[in-house]
Design a protein around this ligand. Structure first.
Ligand SMILES: [Zn+2]
Length: 197
């Protein structure tokens, strides 16, 4: 008889694998738990993080009407490693995978889509800070940055409101000033207005 160091119950010797201190049942449980973690781990690997970054960029580029990506995932990967990805990634791992420390790719000019000339590597926290500063500084081109902006579909049903011009323009990825002024559809097929229609 032997006491399992894990579940603390006394069991027959054949309930243990060799000289292991934990019983077969506990061993199986531990292996199962670990493999669940490993199965989930791909998203936390370097290649997994890059895959998600690329997938997200691709989706946003399309949503904002910027069309196809101007670089491949492989090209992004090379660019990332050239621009300190490994360092930021390692810091994120060291932080215990804190979301704010996760590597993130930001556009330098929010009015343009993703291109290798228009991206910078940073972290989630830094990106959020960038947006916050943008809103707080309110020094936009239109002087209308902190007024609520309303977004309508093609038949003028209200579908979204934005806290500011800049957050809407960033979300769409292009300038909306002309369309607001002229009350015409933007290239995504939406109407924009500072006052409800
Ligand atoms: Zn046990």
């Amino acid at each position: 008889m032997k006491i399992c160091k894990e579940c603390k119950s006394e069991k027959d010797n054949d309930c243990f694998y060799g000289v292991q201190g934990e019983c077969k049942e506990c061993t199986k449980l531990r292996v199962k738990k670990n493999s669940a973690k490993v199965g989930h781990k791909y998203d936390f690997s370097e290649i997994g993080v890059i895959r998600v970054i690329y997938k997200t960029q691709k989706r946003h580029n399309k949503l904002r009407g910027h069309g196809d990506m101007s670089y491949t995932k492989k090209e992004l990967s090379l660019w990332l490693y050239d621009n300190g990805f490994k360092c930021i990634y390692d810091l994120w791992v060291k932080s215990g995978w804190v979301t704010g420390e996760k590597p993130s790719v930001d556009r330098l000019d929010d009015f343009n889509g993703y291109s290798l000339q228009n991206i910078q590597l940073s972290t989630w926290n830094a990106n959020r800070q960038h947006q916050h500063e943008d809103i707080m500084s309110a020094n936009g081109t239109s002087g209308e940055r902190c007024k609520t902006l309303y977004k309508y579909d093609g038949i003028k049903n209200l579908i979204a409101t934005y806290v500011s011009y800049s957050s809407a323009a960033r979300d769409m990825g292009y300038s909306l000033e002309y369309q607001i002024k002229k009350k015409t559809k933007c290239r995504g097929g939406y109407f924009w207005s500072y006052a409800p229609f």
